[in-house]
Write a protein that binds this ligand. Structure first.
Ligand SMILES: [Zn+2]
Length: 82
């Protein structure tokens, strides 16, 4: 299916915090997720933002996907060992 209004990378960066906080409309969220699927750079950026926001405590633990929480647990373990 052709998406007529593709998000640009810059638009995605501007929306990422709202996306992670669940503040986007369903339409914007669809466009956001469509871009993430197609753009490796923004997919990496989104993961970095998720990690950063969770570490700084801007989002509640419930809002962080289990997958990311598991990744963070691994990160903390690495820090202890390092
Ligand atoms: Zn992008």
């Amino acid at each position: 299916m052709l998406i007529s209004e593709d998000l640009t990378c810059q638009e995605l960066v501007e929306l990422v915090t709202e996306y992670l906080e669940g503040g986007l409309s369903s339409t914007d969220r669809d466009r956001f997720e469509q871009h993430i699927v197609l753009c490796d750079g923004c997919a990496v950026y989104l993961e970095q933002m998720r990690t950063t926001i969770s570490l700084t405590g801007s989002l509640t633990e419930e809002a962080i996907p289990a997958e990311t929480q598991a990744g963070l647990l691994g990160l903390f373990r690495d820090w202890k060992q390092g």
